[in-house]
Design a protein around this ligand. Structure first.
Ligand code: MG
Length: 116
């Protein structure tokens, strides 16, 4: 994710008036994020339940996951702006929180040490 791409997405929101000045709230954008996360979940569900014989279709499904995951990131960028911050700051804070985290991989999920 390049900084230019993030800037372009932020401008995309401004160009379409998806701003607090126009009454759009973080709750509105959070609802959009829930929709996009659900679409990502559907794409993952389809891919992971696809019969092994349909590998030709699987490539299209992988592309769908790329697109759906991208939608989630786009909405996150917009949500950050509506909250008066930006996604770079949010990502930095999140990484600082996990950077030195210790834990264990259990059943495909990373479980932080304090939850073990
Ligand atoms: Mg989508």
């Amino acid at each position: 994710m390049t900084d230019k791409l993030i800037t372009n997405v932020e401008q995309w929101f401004r160009d379409r008036g998806i701003t607090t000045e126009n009454g759009v709230t973080i709750v509105d954008q959070y609802k959009k994020m829930q929709e996009e996360v659900a679409e990502l979940g559907e794409a993952i569900e389809i891919l992971t339940t696809c019969h092994p014989m349909c590998s030709a279709v699987a490539e299209d499904m992988c592309n769908d996951i790329d697109l759906e995951l991208g939608d989630v990131v786009v909405v996150a960028i917009g949500l950050a702006k509506l909250h008066g911050t930006d996604i770079r700051t949010c990502l930095s804070k999140a990484y600082a929180k996990i950077e030195h985290r210790k834990g264990k991989l259990i059943g495909g999920q990373w479980v932080k040490e304090e939850d073990l």
